[in-house]
Write a protein that binds this ligand. Structure first.
Ligand SMILES: [Zn+2]
Length: 307
């Protein structure tokens, strides 16, 4: 295990970073477009018609991207790619409610599939509710709730594709050519590829209401053969997701994904996202602190008024 300093050195030595801070772009007055001169879709390469004026978010609106758009996404690809992204939206469902991330229809309301846990926004914060058999504990002194929620159904592979889609959408146009493999991987739904979709997932503090995306590109002078050519790191809600972006520039088969770590983060967990089968009822342990008023519909076990 590398120390934080060694990790910082590793990334500084091997990568150039392009950062998109959506908290900043959301505060801008008007829409922002990812610049591009080529009038072709980044995902299927068909010509973008001048008549296609529909705005497409460069990364999903449900992540908290209000104003960044991509012109180089065609009318046909947009709904297809949205299907993958909806898996990711469900994967993040109660996290989006708890972090109060605004999507198209405001902050989403979340209800666990077994109805033992729900989160709903109201004008001054969020309301967290639980059922009789909910698996949770409350520590009033620490103002801390520990619970296990049930994640809505999602397809692991689609999460990987969503991350690759965001990478290709946000990438500066001149960087795109080596990523033909990523484009085909998305388009063919991974069919015919030996690529193993793996990502690191960890928890970060503070929670992010608007996403932060880092695109990392290997420096030309990087000498380590196992350094992947490009990576995407997405921070949103209480999560950090990291994966590499397939390209024609890899120099070795045994690529090494070093976790992008800071001290405000839990140790990353490597997740295999190769399954294309829907996953249901996944249990997610969760601890959160409450600061504002939190109303419990019924007093939780061990609760004393004013205690
Ligand atoms: Zn297209």
């Amino acid at each position: 295990m590398l120390s934080f300093t060694e990790i910082q050195d590793y990334f500084r030595k091997n990568y150039e970073t392009v950062v998109y801070d959506f908290a900043l772009t959301n505060s801008l007055r008007g829409p922002t477009y990812i610049s591009g001169r080529i009038q072709k879709c980044r995902f299927c390469l068909t010509d973008i018609e001048a008549s296609d004026q529909q705005k497409k978010h460069a990364i999903s609106e449900f992540l908290g991207n209000e104003k960044v758009y991509l012109r180089q996404e065609c009318r046909a690809c947009n709904p297809q790619l949205s299907v993958f992204e909806s898996s990711f939206a469900r994967y993040l469902m109660f996290e989006r409610s708890l972090a109060q991330i605004k999507g198209k229809k405001g902050i989403p309301k979340f209800e666990s599939t077994n109805s033992q846990f729900w989160v709903s926004p109201y004008d001054k914060g969020i309301e967290v509710g639980y059922g009789k058999t909910a698996d949770f504990t409350v520590n009033h002194e620490k103002r801390e709730v520990k619970l296990t929620a049930e994640r809505p159904r999602y397809i692991p592979f689609d999460i990987h594709l969503s991350l690759l889609k965001y990478a290709l959408s946000l990438m500066p146009e001149r960087r795109l050519p080596p990523f033909e493999q990523s484009r085909l991987f998305i388009r063919r739904y991974g069919v015919g590829s030996s690529l193993k979709p793996v990502m690191f997932e960890s928890q970060i503090m503070p929670v992010r209401k608007a996403p932060l995306v880092r695109l990392l590109f290997r420096r030309p002078n990087s000498i380590d053969m196992r350094v992947p050519y490009a990576q995407i790191i997405l921070d949103v809600a209480r999560y950090r997701f990291q994966t590499f972006i397939p390209s024609t520039q890899e120099r070795a088969r045994n690529l090494e994904l070093v976790p992008y770590m800071t001290e405000h983060q839990t140790p990353p967990e490597a997740k295999d996202l190769s399954s294309k089968t829907e996953r249901t009822g996944e249990k997610v342990p969760f601890t959160f602190q409450y600061f504002g008023p939190v109303f419990f519909p019924k007093p939780p076990p061990g609760f004393r008024n004013g205690g």
